[in-house]
Write a protein that binds this ligand. Sequence first.
Ligand SMILES: [Zn+2]
Length: 90
Amino acid sequence: MRSNGGHSPFERLKQYYNHEERVCQECGFEDRYGTWDAETDGSDIAYTHTCPRCGAEQEHTLELSNHDTRHVLNESRERRLHQRDQSLSV
Ligand SMILES: [Zn+2]
């Protein structure tokens, strides 16, 4: 049984940022072990990440009803499925 069956869109998007965007836009430091924190007020999600090197804070605010947000969610999921296919075929 795969463990991601009960994950909300939130969790998926958080994982997406954890994988895709950990390079600080200020100093270029890659926070390889960093994570994004997610907060929501019910209609928007705010993701924040603080650079451990220079302290710069990056933030993404996403509207849950926004088409782009859904697109990111779908893209994230499809990419993971694609990676799984590749690993099976090796
Ligand atoms: Zn930085």
